[in-house]
Design a protein around this ligand. Structure first.
Ligand SMILES: [Fe+2]
Length: 294
């Protein structure tokens, strides 16, 4: 981890917004030294049965940023989510900021460009995003330096974003009693996910970790914040010295039992376009369903 610019002396303010429809947690992260902020993993609301998209959740975040007089500099996607739609372009239209994701988005765009039979107008070079991060790339949020770490496994383009003493883990890890995310989507790999988790766990023990999802296992209240030290000791899938082989065996068997996320079909089409809804030949917003394609 020594090659990454870790700086535990910087403590950003982290405000969480929980979306009960998809169990996603979005974050506004504020530079302690200025009014600059970033959003991590926003949510656009969809009533899929009705084909209706709304922005109540995003508007709540926008209102909070505005009320606090903050300047939005970055809209970060930890990965191409399969269970909710990103509101990044909507938020950018209201508040500005650059939309950033890992450069392995190109792999994801190639995979799902084929599955959704997208034409040549769908670019597979990540150009829908304003910034594509490689492992260790840093960027500024006001005076605070943030950086991104490659953490593939759940998807090829997953990255953990570290901002001062706070890390946003996406779907690399869940809370200790939730374990880890599935690794069976196209491009996913349980062994690679294990290796990525180990990399995250080499961050300092008191690094704050913020989850993208929580499902309140065993009836507990929703939680989203833990630490590297806690995950190392208590994570039910990787903590307490569980081996790579243990993890691969467990994860593979578990994933076979999981159904597809309710919103995977619209989520992938929108999120691989940086949150833009695709349009048909007449320019109308339109989503596809590849029959037996996933
Ligand atoms: Fe995900």
């Amino acid at each position: 981890m020594s090659n990454y610019p870790v700086d535990m002396s910087v403590t950003p303010d982290v405000k969480a917004f929980f979306d009960p429809d998809t169990n996603t947690i979005s974050y506004v992260v504020k530079d302690p030294g200025s009014n600059a902020c970033a959003i991590v993993d926003s949510v656009m609301d969809i009533d899929y049965a009705a084909g209706r998209i709304t922005y109540g959740h995003a508007d709540e975040i926008i209102a909070w940023i505005t009320a606090n007089g903050l300047k939005l500099e970055w809209i970060i996607e930890t990965h191409v989510h399969a269970d909710h739609l990103s509101a990044a372009p909507y938020i950018q239209g209201k508040l500005g900021g650059k939309i950033g994701i890992g450069d392995k988005i190109m792999v994801v765009q190639n995979t799902f460009g084929k599955i959704f039979n997208e034409g040549t107008e769908f670019q597979r070079d990540g150009s829908q995003f304003d910034a594509l991060f490689k492992d260790g790339d840093s960027y500024q949020i006001g005076g605070m330096t943030a950086f991104a770490i490659y953490t593939p496994g759940h998807t090829p383009a997953c990255m953990v974003h570290v901002m001062g003493n706070a890390a946003f883990v996406g779907d690399t890890l869940f809370m200790p009693d939730g374990g880890s995310a599935r690794a069976d989507f196209p491009g996913g790999d349980a062994g690679v996910l294990y290796d990525s988790i180990q990399k995250v766990l080499t961050l300092p023990d008191d690094m704050r970790l913020f989850m993208c999802h929580d499902y309140g296992p065993n009836g507990r209240d929703i939680q989203w914040e833990t630490t590297v030290g806690d995950e190392k000791t208590h994570n039910i899938h990787v903590g307490g010295g569980k081996t790579r082989d243990d993890f691969i065996k467990f994860r593979t068997e578990r994933d076979k039992q999981l159904g597809m996320p309710r919103l995977i079909i619209p989520s992938l089409q929108v999120n691989m376009r940086a949150g833009e809804v695709p349009t048909d030949k007449d320019g109308r917003p339109m989503l596809k369903v590849p029959v037996n394609g996933l």
